[in-house]
Design a protein around this ligand. Structure first.
Ligand code: NDP
Ligand SMILES: Nc1nc2c(c(=O)[nH]1)N=C([C@H](O)[C@@H](O)CO)CN2
Length: 236
């Protein structure tokens, strides 16, 4: 049975994968602290389910530090931290640096500062985990999402470094999905092309990430690992 005292922090939980995992963690008996940036129906749904829901804008150090201060006013311990918040931005002409900085902040600076400044909260829980949500695209790069891919690759580097730094008390791992959920604006041609990239050829949905998260939380002998959840893109 999960600890009834130490909550699990999951970032970017207003919608889609983060919201699903927050709901599933609550169903499994974990107290949850969820972050949101934009008020969406899912935010109120999590409040109604008993989660502590905190505003967090990880766009810069000021916002990240403000969140950390707010978090520590709500709990003195954590069972796990799940870094799910993410921006999937392309290289828009004239806005490349802004996009890079935005994704560097949310994919690397926020996990880096939160992991450093909140480790004391994880030290008060046994077991204790950090999980980074990365992307299978780091395996080979992306010509259309260069900065996104680079910052997710940086997140996977943080996995290795923090796994070494925090062993043996805190396990640190990553999950690297490929296509999970289409976005509403994805047209039929894009969807067909994306599905054809994997051997299994499906849009699996968010549950495959919760299954992966559950494995990492429950397994006492896995750290410094990135779980590939990509439908077999690498064998296609
Ligand atoms: N969906 C997929 O097919 C795939 C997803 N992934 C990864 O899985 C994870 C979940 O994906 P998905 O659910 O689609 O993610 P979303 O694109 O829905 O983003 C999740 C949340 O991150 C929040 N966010 C973005 N930027 C910031 C910021 N600067 N500060 C605070 N919060 C921010 C968004 O907040 P707001 O509500 O304000 O926009 C959003 O609700 C991500 O890490 C993603 O990179 C990897 C491969 C495939
Ligand atoms: N933050 C996000 N990251 C990613 C998303 C998304 O919607 N939000 N979507 C993808 C795609 O599904 C891609 O995996 C399909 O080729 C990647 N990352």
């Amino acid at each position: 049975m999960p600890s009834a005292t130490a909550p699990i922090l999951i970032t970017g939980a207003a919608q889609r994968v983060g919201l699903h995992c927050a709901r599933r963690l609550l169903e499994d008996g974990h107290p949850v602290i969820a972050t949101f940036r934009t008020e969406r129906p899912g935010v109120q749904a999590l409040r109604d389910l008993g989660a502590i829901v905190l505003f967090a804008d990880f766009s810069n150090e000021t916002g990240i530090s403000a969140f950390i201060d707010q978090l520590k006013q709500h709990t003195d311990r954590l069972r796990a931290i799940v870094h799910n918040a993410s921006a999937w931005l392309t290289e828009t002409p004239g806005h490349e640096a802004a996009a890079f900085n935005a994704m560097f902040a949310v994919h690397m600076l926020a996990p880096y500062l939160i992991n450093l400044q909140c480790a004391e909260l994880l030290q008060r829980s046994t077991p204790a985990d950090i999980v980074h949500i990365s992307d299978d695209v780091t395996r080979k790069g992306s010509s259309r999402h260069i900065a996104y891919c680079a910052t997710k690759a940086g997140l996977e580097s943080l996995t290795l470094s923090f796994a070494a730094k925090y062993a043996p008390h805190i396990k640190v791992n990553a999950i690297a999905p490929a296509l999970l959920l289409f976005n509403p604006e994805d047209d039929a041609a894009y969807r067909a092309k994306a599905l054809a990239k994997s051997a299994l050829g499906i849009e699996p949905g968010s549950e495959v990430i919760y299954q992966s998260l559950r494995y990492l939380l429950d397994n006492p002998y896995v750290t410094g690992t990135t779980l590939t959840v990509n439908g077999g893109r690498h064998v296609k």
